[in-house]
Design a protein around this ligand. Structure first.
Ligand code: B16
Ligand code: MG
Length: 219
């Protein structure tokens, strides 16, 4: 077993793909003739694609056949992928590479723990894939956050006991999942929203390497 491991959520932690998810869902809502606001999009963060469409259709008060539902899932994802194709390193959130680099130099195992089925191509696009020893994404996970499954699979793949794993998350459901897994949760975003996190930071620019060092030492 390794002594400590670090797990990162993707959307909202490493890159801001929420804006592209929003544009793709909004296009579908426009097509269906109802408004979908950025505020409503907050509910979609960390939530699986399928669940997002269920929420969107609830907002639009629309009921559909399973066949139509599946067709819209594909349509939304194809639209989303047109944004992803254009991504590059400039979309990595500030100071994320600094932390990843620091952990890599210390040989600390790192995993991605995301609900997205597009996680791997996104990491490839922004050239961060080589940092990760394990990728756990929406393709492997059967139970969505706040279920701890995604992070528990990551801890197994990293060979680090859950109690020695640190999780960076921007979604309420993700913080709950990390806490339920018995891991140290770090909220990235608004403290009042992510109040259940053990530590809170607005973004990675607020995190200094001394704090990371301390986390490694105490795990
Ligand atoms: P996809 P995360 C999540 O990523 C997003 O926050 C959420 O809005 C999205 O619906 C979900 O991934 C699924 O994404 O459609 O690409 O499979 O925050 O868990 O990294
Ligand atoms: Mg997220």
């Amino acid at each position: 077993m390794n002594e400590s491991g670090f797990i990162f959520d993707l959307d909202g932690v490493i890159v801001d793909t929420a804006k592209y998810h929003y544009l793709a869902w909004k296009k579908l809502a426009d097509q269906l003739g109802f408004e979908f606001t950025e505020e409503q999009n907050e509910r979609f963060k960390g939530v699986s694609r399928r669940r997002c469409l269920e929420i969107l259709l609830e907002l639009g008060e629309i009921t559909v056949s399973q066949q139509q539902f599946d067709a819209w899932l594909i349509e939304k994802n194809e639209d989303y992928l047109t944004y992803i194709e254009k991504m590059d390193e400039s979309e990595i959130l500030p100071d994320v590479p600094k932390i990843l680099h620091f952990l890599k130099e210390k040989n600390i195992p790192m995993a991605l723990g995301s609900a997205s089925k597009n996680a791997r191509p996104i990491l490839e696009k922004v050239k961060l894939l080589p940092y990760f020893d394990a990728i756990v994404d929406g393709k492997q996970v059967t139970k969505a956050k706040p279920d701890p499954e995604v992070f528990l699979i990551a801890s197994q793949m990293l060979k680090v006991a859950p109690g020695n794993c640190v999780v960076f998350e921007d979604a309420v459901a993700g913080i709950e999942a990390a806490n339920r897994a018995g891991m140290t949760s770090i909220g990235i975003g608004e403290q009042d929203v992510l109040s259940q996190a053990k530590y809170n930071f607005k973004d990675f620019t607020e995190i200094d390497l001394e704090f990371i060092e301390q986390l490694i030492r105490t795990k």
